[in-house]
Write a protein that binds this ligand. Structure first.
Ligand code: TYD
Length: 145
């Protein structure tokens, strides 16, 4: 399946959504807001961020059983490939005012990190290794129930 780098083919990969964050710009610069109940509809129990990406590095390669997340390229850019078992798409995140919401059971692969990238993630739960599915075939099996 050929996937456009700038979006999704139709609604093939539900379980995710691009969200524009509120931005307040004035002579001092920009201020962007992520507020529970507005930009995110889940309680934020954890924040983490990835930075200092090495050349050619790849991350992700997993899905979550229950976790909701909002991912923002706070600086620089990276690509995130999504797969919900029925369709795939690729998004390039490169704006600090664009959030990518990911719901449960969406396989994600991340690559093409710029050296200056900061991948900022809001998550609905504390870290729980048992929430991860790291084997793609197991992911498909769990989807089929
Ligand atoms: P990992 O899950 O490999 O990151 P990704 O799949 O997004 O590339 O996480 C790397 C390490 O960090 C791993 O030892 C688990 C740990 N970690 C935490 O302790 N807490 C967290 O919230 C996250 C996301 C990872």
């Amino acid at each position: 399946m050929t996937v456009p780098a700038d979006g999704c083919p139709g609604a093939a990969a539900d379980g995710h959504r691009l969200t524009d964050l509120r931005r307040f710009a004035d002579a001092r610069g920009n201020l962007a807001v992520i507020e529970c109940g507005r930009e995110v509809r889940f309680p934020v129990r954890r924040v983490y961020y990835m930075y200092g990406a090495g050349a050619g590095s790849a991350r992700g390669a997993h899905a979550h059983r229950k976790l909701h997340q909002l991912i923002v390229a706070m600086q620089g850019s990276f690509e995130i490939s999504l797969d919900n078992g029925r369709g795939r798409c690729v998004h390039r995140l490169d704006e600090p005012t664009r959030g990518l919401y990911l719901g449960p059971m969406v396989w994600r692969d991340m690559a093409e990190f710029s050296a200056d990238s900061i991948c900022f993630v809001l998550a609905s739960e504390c870290y729980d290794d048992a929430d991860y599915i790291r084997d793609y075939e197991s992911f498909l099996q769990e989807l089929r129930g």
